[in-house]
Structures are given as C-alpha cells and as structure tokens.
Ligand binder design. Structure first.
Ligand SMILES: Cc1cc2nc3c(=O)[nH]c(=O)nc-3n(C[C@H](O)[C@H](O)[C@H](O)COP(=O)(O)OP(=O)(O)OC[C@H]3O[C@@H](n4cnc5c(N)ncnc54)[C@H](O)[C@@H]3O)c2cc1C
Length: 416
C-alpha cells in the first residue's frame, strides 16, 4: 500500500517491516501479539481459528502497522467481547468496541535512540496514549499486543443501487441509522456513492451484522431500499469478507484519499450528494477513473464506547451538540500520471465544497481521520490544541533529537 509522501521515499532508505509477521495467541486467548508486517486478512484468518476477531481494517490488504497507529476501524460493531470482558458492568446491553487503537494493550517500539521499549498504560502512559492515533511520530512499532473478541458467523455484504432512483431513500436510511438512540450495536453500515462511467452514479451499501442472522431488523432500512441492482449479502465469517473486499481495490492505480466529518444531518447528506454529483463533469473522461466517497456513521454509543475503553488521541466526540458524527472518506483512483492534476484538483474541490456546505449548515466537525487524510490536510491539528501539544511534549521526551520529525519525511508530523 505504498503511498507517495507516506510509506516510501525517493533516494532514501525504506525500512521493510513485512518480515515482522509474528502471530502469537496467549494461553487464555485474551491477547494476541501481532507483527506490523501482517495484513488484516491474515490476522482475521489466524484469529478465526480460535473463534476470535478484531476491529481491524475493512479490506484484507490493509497493513496492521499503519492502521493501528492511525487508530481507525470500519469494523466497529461487533461488541459481544466487551460484555465478556466485563466492560459493560454486567449489563446485558452491548456496547461497541471503539476504534482499533482502543483495543491495543501493549506496543513494542524501537525509539530513535535504538532503545527497545515495551509500552503499556502502566509502564509509559504518555507514549501509550500518543501511539493511539499519533501515527509514525515516535518510533518503529515492532509488535502490537491486541485484545481480540469472540466472533463466529456474521451476515452481510454489498448491495448496489442506481443513485437517481434511490438517493432519497438512501440518505434517509443512513441519517436515521446513525442517529438511532437505540442503535443495535451488532449492526454496521458504510455507504459509498460512486461514479460508474457506464451507468452513472451508484450507491454501494456495505451492511454487516455481527451474528449469523440473515437480514436483521436493524439493517432492513437498507435491505428494503428498491430498486436494487445487485446483492452479494451472505452468511460467512470476517476473513472471507475482508479478503473479498481487497479485490475491489487492486494494486497498481494512482490513488487519492481525503477525510472529513460532520454532524449527522439529512440536509448535509443531501448537500454532500449534490456536491458529489456536480464533481462528476470534471473527472468523467479520465482514463480508469474510480470516484467514490464513503459515509460511515459514528453513533453516540460508538463514541462513548471508545472513551470507556481508555480514550485515544482522536479528540472524539467533538460535536458540541452531542450528535452522532458522520465520517466521510474519499477514494479516487486513476491510471495516467498526466491526469493527476485534474483528479487532485477535482478531489480537493469536492472536499472543500462538502466542508463549505457543512459549515453553512452548522454541522461541520473538525476531526479528520488520519488514516485517509490528504497531504494538504492537518489531521493532527484536528485532534485539538491540547492533544497536539501533548503529542509535541511526548515527541520531545522520546525522540529528543527529532529524528522522526526531521529525518523521516512523509506522513503527518506533530511539529509542522
Ligand atoms: C483499500 C484500502 C482499504 C482501507 N480500509 C481501511 C479501513 O477499513 N479502516 C481504516 O481505518 N483505514 C483503511 N484504509 C486506510 C489505511 O488504514 C491506511 O492506509 C493505513 O496507513 C495503512 O497502513 P499500512 O501499514 O498498510 O500502510 P503503510 O503505507 O505501510 O504505512 C502507513 C504509515 O504508517 C507508518 N507505519 C507503518 N507501520 C509502522 C510501524 N510499525 N511503526 C511506525 N510507523 C509505521 C508508515 O511509515 C507510513 O507513514 C484503507 C486503505 C486502503 C488502500
């Protein structure tokens, strides 16, 4: 998943972590030590042998290393493990897992000095917190101890729809799902709006339920949307879903992503769709164009669950009114270098148009998902001034000569 300005370098040294692919499960199965060289599809396969899972990347080819330092997860709904770990205080009400980084119990890290530290909440509380979203600013993580959770069969998959015929139903269903105070935390949905050159705009709803239950009520607002152009939902387990998802993003294309967030609001969702629709004219003729934005609900129960797990650097929830949030990530891909300026300009315009609409509607939220942020964005500032200052103090303590600030170009730095 090499990205210019992130994980590779021209005329420099690239450190290849792919050989650090260890996987060790603890005797009581409550912890797993995973190497940064593993990809989530492999981790899910290994965990499934023990009836376990983890809120890792949606796509099987996402790497453990960068993903967990950014902290984000699409697979955020499976929640039974929280109850099993007693975090619900004995209540039968299930709570969500929070972000992937919320479920890391320990890091082994090599600092710029060459010192190897085992970092836990009790040994180095500051660095432990900084690694939960602070990206590659502190050292090279050589292993993560994660807390998996029990998971068996699940139900879900992609459902496809033509956009013009279903847009009102789609956005209403999404808005109500994200804002539902009785959110069924076994249910997860992410909704993509994509341009398909041969047929126009489409919606792809990826719905999942963390139990082997076909078409559960919580997901019926999406499964009931008609007309449906395709349906791949099935009973399965996490690993095959993630590995199949990886096939939708084959290697080899140029890619641009950005991230934004806003308060869950139907008018903002419609403004987003209008901005997406207006953006098509500028990229429709680009060779090999892939043009999609993905919406992911961050319901209140999810955000509260993340805080309950000990918190992270992400500064969520940031909604002043306490509303659910919507994370929106883009995925733009193209083939020819000559089209890079066209695609990037159109992509940045769309980012700006959606943010402008959200600001006008009073729903703009400052948080930027670091795992999808564009190089022109500042996700570390979006964590808030206090968290940014904390990251800077922690960087000075563990990397006093600023090796990861000055000699490791790329990625998002705590000192701009
Ligand atoms: C198809 C696709 C699907 C995706 N799905 C999701 C998703 O579901 N959820 C989500 O949150 N994100 C998702 N992402 C984004 C993904 O989380 C980021 O791209 C992430 O940075 C990938 O990490 P990596 O280790 O694979 O990448 P890399 O490019 O190898 O690393 C990313 C950054 O982290 C640094 N880094 C990596 N490993 C270490 C380490 N061990 N120690 C210190 N620094 C390190 C690298 O130097 C680099 O700066 C997806 C991306 C793609 C392309």
């Amino acid at each position: 998943m090499a990205q210019a300005n992130a994980a590779n370098i021209q005329d420099g040294v690239t450190i290849d972590l792919s050989g650090l692919n260890q996987f060790i499960i603890s005797d009581d199965k409550s912890l797993a030590t995973v190497g940064p060289g593993l990809r989530w599809g492999e981790v899910y396969q290994k965990l499934e042998a023990y009836g376990l899972a983890f809120p890792g990347g949606r796509s099987g080819q996402v790497g453990v290393g960068g993903y967990l330092l950014g902290g984000m997860s699409i697979w955020k709904s499976p929640n039974r493990a929280q109850a099993n770990r007693g975090l619900t205080g004995g209540s039968s009400y299930f709570i969500p897992h929070g972000f992937g980084c919320d479920n890391v119990a320990a890091y082994q890290i090599v600092l710029a000095s060459g010192t190897i530290l085992t970092v836990t909440a009790s040994t180095h509380g500051d660095l432990f917190k900084a690694l939960k979203g602070g990206s590659s600013n502190f050292g090279i993580v050589t292993s993560y101890v994660i807390r998996p959770f029990p998971l068996g069969g699940i139900w879900g998959g992609n459902m496809n729809y033509l956009a013009e015929a279903t847009v009102d139903q789609q956005l209403k269903a999404f808005n109500e799902f994200a804002g539902n105070e009785k959110f069924d935390t076994n249910a997860a949905v992410q909704m993509s709006i994509a341009f398909a050159p041969s047929i126009g705009n489409v919606f792809v709803d990826q719905a999942f339920y963390a139990l082997p239950q076909v078409n559960p009520p919580a997901l019926q607002p999406f499964t009931n949307i008609q007309p449906q152009a395709g349906n791949e939902t099935a009973l399965s387990t996490l690993a095959p879903f993630a590995i199949a998802d990886a096939k939708a993003s084959p290697d080899g294309s140029r890619q641009m992503t950005w991230a934004l967030s806003f308060e869950n609001d139907l008018q903002t969702l419609h403004a987003l769709y209008a901005a997406f629709n207006a953006s098509i004219a500028s990229i429709a003729d680009v060779t090999g164009i892939g043009w999609a934005v993905t919406l992911e609900p961050l319901p209140i129960t999810f955000l509260q669950g993340s805080t309950r797990l000990g918190g992270n650097l992400l500064n969520l929830p940031t909604s002043p009114r306490g509303n659910a949030l919507v994370l929106c990530d883009s995925s733009f891909s193209w083939t020819n270098e000559n089209d890079t300026t066209t695609v990037r300009n159109a992509g940045l315009k769309l980012l700006n148009d959606i943010n402008t609409s959200a600001k006008q509607l009073g729903t703009y939220n400052e948080w930027i998902d670091i795992n999808h942020a564009d190089i022109t964005q500042d996700p570390i500032a979006s964590f808030g001034p206090a968290n940014k200052a904390f990251l800077q103090v922690t960087s000075r303590k563990y990397d006093p000569s600023g090796v990861f600030q000055n000699q490791v170009p790329g990625g998002f730095k705590v000192f701009p």
